[in-house]
Design a protein around this ligand. Structure first.
Ligand SMILES: [Zn+2]
Ligand SMILES: [Zn+2]
Length: 151
């Protein structure tokens, strides 16, 4: 994702409205590697911009995704997550709290069978490693939500 200043210029160039609310969202996403949900962005933005609406958050995230500045990600944690890291990479996902981390691993050894390759041409592959993060394994009996566990 580009910097908040560059995004502001880019949005204006494309005729999209840039409001202080949207700029606040840009700042929350910059360098953010926790793969936030729209709800997380909304909660964080509210402390700075009490009048921001969830609709504005969704709209801004969707605009950024449509422009290729962030990736919308579904790693099976219940809600869509947004990733400002748009380089090709893979993820570790905690089954208990939903914590999602970036990883770079070599998956070039993964091969499809000849039958699939006959009528399918592969352009990319994303791998999700699932398991339990250290915070959750340290507290095996406590069911935590992401924000409580990793605040
Ligand atoms: Zn966890
Ligand atoms: Zn990621």
């Amino acid at each position: 994702m580009r910097s908040p200043d560059e995004l502001t210029a880019l949005f204006r160039e494309r005729g999209l409205r840039v409001t202080p609310q949207r700029q606040c969202i840009f700042r929350l996403l910059e360098g953010n590697d926790r793969h936030p949900t729209a709800e997380w962005v909304y909660q964080q933005a509210q402390s700075e911009m009490p009048t921001i609406s969830l609709k504005t958050v969704y709209q801004t995230l969707n605009d950024l995704a449509a422009m290729g500045e962030i990736q919308a990600l579904d790693v099976g944690t219940g809600s869509a997550r947004f990733d400002p890291n748009i380089g090709h990479h893979h993820h570790l996902v905690c089954d208990r709290c939903g914590r999602t981390q970036d990883i770079n691993v070599d998956v070039s050894a993964l091969k499809l069978g000849r039958r699939q390759l006959r009528d399918f041409s592969v352009t990319s592959a994303e791998v999700v490693f699932r398991g339990i993060c250290s915070t959750c394994s340290d507290h095996p009996t406590t069911k935590t939500t992401e924000d409580k566990a990793h605040a």
